[in-house]
Ligand binder design. Structure first.
Ligand SMILES: Nc1ncnc2c1ncn2[C@@H]1O[C@H](COP(=O)(O)OP(=O)(O)OP(=O)(O)O)[C@@H](O)[C@H]1O
Length: 252
């Protein structure tokens, strides 16, 4: 179980995430929505350890991980889709996924470790490449991939790590109409496992309607709505905050 308690961060005088308290349980896909600049990505960065909290706490299975760095949080089961800068640009697609499989099995991210005797790890790598439809590109350098394939590779590496908590930040942004369904299908299948906690920042309404079990709405860094998707999306507060069509009145 993942929990944030009064989690906040200030950049100078600007409070980008403002005392957000939320509990995320396994078997639930929670979508985090809100207009541009609402603090969604910053909230993810606070959870994953990319940014230090100004106040508040992050707890994973009851343990306070607020002061841990991102790699230590990853080791404890918190997984964020790799960003382009974290891919090994000069290694092939297959080598990148292999390294993530190796890391999950406790082998660390050591490129030089001998792999070839671990047929089970290689088999796992092949399966993930097939599932993400990256098999044909397996020998291409990560740096040479088109944007959509790089994003698929980020997701493939996350699947290879198989964390207990998955954080997806707009996983299909910039993907083609052919690539987006591949990633959505992986998330759909992940949901059926029931033992994984999934957080998803997503703007696309059709994706939210299909995948979200719960929707949390951020507006100007604060949590303004939280609940079952149909009722959350229907509330006037959310219509305004989410669509950004009018200033949100203070909640009573
Ligand atoms: N490192 C930073 N330094 C200063 N301000 C920042 C920093 N990171 C984020 N912000 C500010 O914090 C606010 C929240 O940004 P964030 O990217 O989290 O919003 P978002 O909801 O993810 O938006 P979008 O939907 O456009 O991705 C914005 O006003 C942004 O300018």
């Amino acid at each position: 179980m993942l929990e944030t308690r009064h989690l906040s961060i200030r950049f100078g005088g600007h409070v980008a995430v403002n005392r957000v308290s939320c509990v995320f349980t396994p078997g639930t896909l929670t979508a985090i929505v809100g207009p541009n600049g609402a603090g969604k990505t910053t909230y993810f960065n606070l959870i994953s350890g990319q940014l230090p909290a100004s106040e508040g706490q992050v707890l994973l299975d009851g343990m306070d991980i607020t002061r841990l760095g991102a790699p230590q949080r990853t080791r404890r089961g918190l997984g964020r889709a790799f960003q382009l800068t974290q891919l090994f640009a000069q290694l092939s697609v297959q080598e990148n996924v292999r390294l993530a499989v190796q890391a999950r099995h406790g082998g660390g991210l050591n490129c030089w470790r001998v792999w070839l005797d671990r047929q089970d790890w290689l088999e796992e790598t092949r399966e993930i490449l097939a599932e993400t439809q990256l098999w044909p590109q397996r020998d291409a350098l990560a740096a040479s991939l088109p944007h959509g394939d790089q994003r698929k590779l980020e997701v493939a590496m996350l699947m290879a790590l198989d964390p207990r908590v998955y954080l997806f930040d707009e996983p299909t942004a910039g993907m083609s109409a052919d690539d987006a369904p591949v990633v959505l299908d992986l998330i759909r299948r992940l949901k059926t496992r029931r033992d994984r906690t999934i957080l998803l920042v997503e703007h696309k309404m059709d994706v939210l309607r299909e995948l979200a079990d719960r929707i949390v709405v951020l507006h100007q860094g604060a949590l303004v709505a939280d609940g079952e998707p149909a009722s959350v999306m229907a509330s006037p507060l959310v219509q305004q905050a989410y669509l950004g069509v009018a200033p949100v009145q203070e909640a009573a």
